[in-house]
Design a protein around this ligand. Structure first.
Ligand code: ACO
Length: 311
């Protein structure tokens, strides 16, 4: 049985209204949003690392400038998302603490290594492509600050996706070695990209409640299907082969059938045991520790000024 206040809240959600920061909300709604938005913010911040790895090695000055801009966009996305989470009553220090202690999750995808330049193309094409598929519906989610943050983020993600596809287009029209490099990147990034959408619907613990609250609009499997259907013709255009022997068009359902991702691998990665989890967390902790002098200086400066202003 719902309390009258909770019933009125659900009616507002069902009527498509936005919930704003200072308004009443069930504690569980607040907790779910803090969980999802902070995980999303951490993903953007950690997501800078695999690509940052290639800034100094981008093949041309133009590619370097584009990659630098893209990685800076991700830092910006992380910052808006931390702001959106803060409106729910959690502090940024607390969120950083959760990330640095290994308690908070962030997207599984960023725990895989970027071995070649083609990986930067594959990340833009597949990883940002998957991110857009998941984030476009979030622009219409029930929590105002999260929905609004998504508008700009999605525009920038579209640019990221195009730049990745462009890198791969050049490689696929290049030498046989370059084409092979692109195929190798697709082979390694395909399955992890499908895992970005989360566990299958029957294993997704939060989906039903998040859909009732209009935080999620599509199930994990529905978005995964949409992503596969969108990506298959793009792979064909590039002349690349998707590494899934079970992939085939199903006329009846009007979509592709495809193989099952390795869920054991997925759960290992989100438990902290993926190929780069330790390295990623160490890099974030080091950045935090290296910034201590700057935070100390800001605090000292603020205290000095506060002391001067008190008569
Ligand atoms: N990587 C890491 N953890 C994941 C992933 C993933 N790809 N998918 C699911 N999980 C976690 C969930 O966070 C949840 O863990 P928790 O209970 O400890 O918080 C658990 O697995 C169960 O999954 P679900 O019940 O399906 O969780 P949820 O309803 O939150 O759905 C999803 C997961 C789809 C990722 C959702 O949180 C979401 O849409 N988030 C916003 C988008 C986002 O974070 N994108 C980040 C990558 S894109 C980018 O940064 C470029």
């Amino acid at each position: 049985e719902m309390e009258p206040q909770e019933r009125a809240f659900q009616e507002r959600i069902d009527a498509g209204q936005k919930i704003e920061p200072k308004e009443w909300m069930p504690e569980a709604y607040r907790k779910t949003l803090i969980r999802q938005i902070s995980q999303h913010a951490h993903s953007e911040i950690v997501g800078q690392l695999p690509e940052g790895n290639w800034i100094t090695r981008a093949p041309t000055l133009e590619r370097k400038a584009i990659l630098l801009a893209k990685v800076q966009d991700e830092a910006g996305h992380g910052l808006y998302l931390y702001c959106a989470a803060e409106t729910l009553g959690i502090s940024r220090d607390e969120m950083y603490g959760q990330l640095h202690s290994g308690k908070a999750k962030y997207s599984s995808i960023f725990n895989y290594p970027t071995l070649t330049w083609a990986d930067i193309g594959a990340i833009g094409w597949l990883v940002d492509g998957a991110a857009i598929m998941n984030q476009v519906p979030l622009q219409r989610c029930s929590y105002g600050p999260y929905a609004r943050a998504m508008v700009r983020i999605c525009k920038e993600e579209s640019f990221h996706q195009r730049q990745g596809f462009d890198i791969l287009t050049v490689l696929c029209n290049g030498t046989p070695e370059q084409k092979a490099m692109a195929q190798d990147a697709l082979n390694r990034w395909w399955w992890p990209s499908l895992m970005m959408f989360g566990p299958s619907d029957d294993a997704s613990v939060h989906s039903a409640q998040s859909m009732a609250w209009n935080i999620k609009q599509d199930s994990n499997d529905a978005l995964r299907q949409k992503f596969v259907d969108q990506t298959v013709p793009q792979a064909k255009f590039l002349g690349l082969t998707i590494p899934d022997p079970d992939l085939k068009w199903n006329e009846e359902k009007g979509g592709h059938d495809f193989g099952e991702p390795d869920w054991t691998e997925f759960f290992e990665v989100i438990a902290g045991n993926g190929p780069c989890n330790r390295e990623r967390l160490e890099a974030r902790r080091k950045a935090w520790d290296d910034g201590a002098w700057f935070r100390d200086a800001l605090t000292a400066y603020a205290e000095k000024h506060a002391a001067r202003e008190t008569p």
